[in-house]
Design a protein around this ligand. Structure first.
Ligand SMILES: Cc1cc2nc3c(=O)[nH]c(=O)nc-3n(C[C@H](O)[C@H](O)[C@H](O)COP(=O)(O)O)c2cc1C
Length: 168
């Protein structure tokens, strides 16, 4: 697979099989997140792998969707505000950019393994921080739902290049 094929093979998977995610698969995916770039290489992130029944049930209350309950693994990706780089010129914090890169590295890694993921941001963040026992400077940015799937990638519905690119 070249990179474009890999990028197209990743899609929002909301249907998972019961197939177990192995440690090798999980470790590969996490390693791909670890090597992601971040502003000033501050790596202001933490990845919580949630597989235990008790925590799963609590996390599912933060994002109450039937399909979400099917995913065998959740990776809760948090940002430590105190560790993230802030641009001096306008005070813009860059933790959300950093975490987004790491998350997509992991989603693409899973796609390379033939597995499915879905980015989830529409969850109750305060409840999630509480469930994950996060530090005061830490917030949950993204939950990755992860698992094996039989779903097939649909055609990408994206704006055409002419609409989104300006050549100067
Ligand atoms: C930042 C971000 C947040 C998202 N949050 C959710 C979410 O809370 N729930 C959900 O079902 N999908 C969520 N998605 C998945 C998007 O709906 C999906 O990626 C988008 O429609 C494009 O489809 P594709 O991923 O299949 O190419 C999110 C995606 C991104 C990038």
């Amino acid at each position: 697979m070249n990179f474009l094929e890999l990028a197209k093979s990743r899609f929002a998977v909301r249907q998972y099989t019961g197939q177990v995610v192995t440690d090798d698969e999980l470790n590969y995916i996490l390693e791909c997140g670890r090597v992601a770039p971040s502003a000033v290489n501050f790596q202001p992130w933490h990845f919580y792998v949630v597989m235990g029944e008790e925590k799963r049930a609590l996390l599912q209350q933060c994002y109450n969707r039937d399909w979400f309950k099917e995913a065998p693994v959740y990776i809760v990706c948090s940002v430590h505000r105190d560790q993230a780089w802030t641009r001096q010129s306008d005070g813009k914090p860059h933790g959300d950019i950093d975490i987004a890169i790491a998350v997509e590295h992991m989603c693409l890694a899973a796609a390379e393994l033939g597995m499915g993921t879905c980015w989830v941001c529409n969850f109750d963040a305060a409840m999630c921080a509480d469930v994950m026992d996060m530090a005061t400077d830490e917030y949950p940015a993204v939950i990755i739902a992860l698992g094996h799937t039989e779903a097939v990638a649909p055609e990408k519905n994206r704006k055409p290049l002419e609409e989104i690119v300006t050549r100067l």
